[in-house]
Design a binder for this molecule. Structure first.
Ligand code: FES
Ligand code: FES
Length: 79
């Protein structure tokens, strides 16, 4: 498995809407971070769908090394 690109060593805080689907960029190449823009084509990565349980702020992983994708689990502080 190849390594994802670190988009940033910090989470992206995003206001999400209940029941809406979001597609988190797993490869790190998207220019629309933290979401997929199709740039993963040709890599082994695919986006991860996130369905918001409620409206509010969510911290999406920016370093792409989280063990709890697509959300930040604090791993970025060890990179
Ligand atoms: Fe990164 Fe789609 S652009 S997963
Ligand atoms: Fe990736 Fe926090 S930004 S674990």
């Amino acid at each position: 498995m190849s390594e994802p690109i670190i988009a940033q060593k910090a989470p992206f805080a995003v206001e999400v809407e209940e029941a809406k689907n979001y597609f988190w960029c797993a490869c790190g190449k998207s220019s629309k971070q933290p979401f997929c823009d199709g740039s993963h084509k040709g890599t082994e990565f695919t986006p991860v769908r996130y369905t918001a349980e409620k409206t509010g702020r969510v911290f999406f992983c920016g370093c792409k090394n989280t063990a709890n994708a697509p959300l930040c689990d604090g791993t970025h502080s060890k990179l």
